[in-house]
Design a protein around this ligand. Sequence first.
Ligand code: ADP
Ligand code: MG
Length: 148
Amino acid sequence: MTILADEQATLKVGRELGALLRPGDKIALTGTLGAGKTTLARGILEGQDYDEEVPSPTFAIIQQYEPPETRIPIAHVDLYRIEDPEEIPELGLEDILTDGAMIVEWPDRMPDSFWNDALRIDLEITGEGNRRLTWSAGRAWEDRWPLT
Ligand code: ADP
Ligand code: MG
């Protein structure tokens, strides 16, 4: 458990995490609207050396980032608007994992087993500007998370 005292703290954790990303990585971000999932994803992309605006993928559903703008390909995904789980396979999400990583908001739209090896981060609003970060990490994250 980590307390994120302000938006900068969330961005900092994101940057450190982004620097550690490897192809095949899955990051699942849960928490209510406004909890800071997209903010954390922005930090992750900054940690991948991305230096432009990171829009919320709420409407596009998937935002793709590719080298040389990022170090490895990254798919930033928001499944909030997916109502029918049958729409998910056609997004082709898994394709990114061959040489890139995915960051997914509202991951509960997918089968839980998909996230077995993922880094699952939950953000909870604990006050004005305050967030509580909790996590569970699959084997793939053994040497990388929690951050030291
Ligand atoms: P989500 O993607 O979970 O809906 P966003 O990241 O889009 O959330 O929005 C989070 C909002 O909460 C932003 O307006 C941000 O400025 C604000 N905020 C306040 N404190 C924090 C914090 N500690 N971490 C992240 N965001 C915070
Ligand atoms: Mg969001």
